[in-house]
Design a protein around this ligand. Sequence first.
Ligand code: SAH
Length: 218
Amino acid sequence: MTDPDALAERKMQFLFALRSRGVTEPAVLTAMEQVDRGLFVRGLFAERAYEDTPLPIACGQTISQPSVVGLMTQALEVTSRDKVLEVGTGSGYQAAILSHLARRVYTVDRHKRLVQEARGVFDQLGIVNITSLISDGSFGLPDQAPFDKIIVTAAAEDPPGPLLAQLKIGGIMVVPVGQSDAVQSLIRVRKTENGLDYDELRSVRFVPLLEGVAREND
Ligand code: SAH
């Protein structure tokens, strides 16, 4: 895709698709306008980076559908004071968007290759407020806890207990919940003085949250 007019047109359609699917928060739309999804998708699929569709990335994983990224980001109500944890770095696209809205973003993935490639793109973009780590995100990051916001971008059967424990009072966690081979529910959990409030946002389909750090060739 070398024609600059065609590229500008696709980017305009991309933002239009986001708005028409409910991504209306101006700060979120601005962040999504600034972060070029084309940098996070490689090879054959790069052509389709500005379509509102999930696409394959390395290690058998997927970069999420942009409108779902937008809706999850919006649901987190990120402010510039927030320290955010993302479980499931994947391509790094969601973390890059969060980095425009939050003070600091920690993102973890069980695949070393994905973390390394995402770091390369963060560096290329000059993003300095993302810390990316290889680890099993189901256990969160106890050393950096508590977090203002937590986003899980892989489907869990239940919201992982350690993540709920690492959320601040007043904090929000967004997580797809359900069996990995079925349609899941996107859940928003708010932690209050009195406990946890849950609301169901929409149905989604994510790759599963798996146990442990992946072996090198997985
Ligand atoms: N947010 C990503 C998409 C994530 S796909 C993006 O913007 O591109 C889901 C990711 O979750 C995959 O990369 C997968 O390796 C990772 N994952 C699954 N289980 C995990 C676990 N227990 N800990 C950390 N990462 C996990």
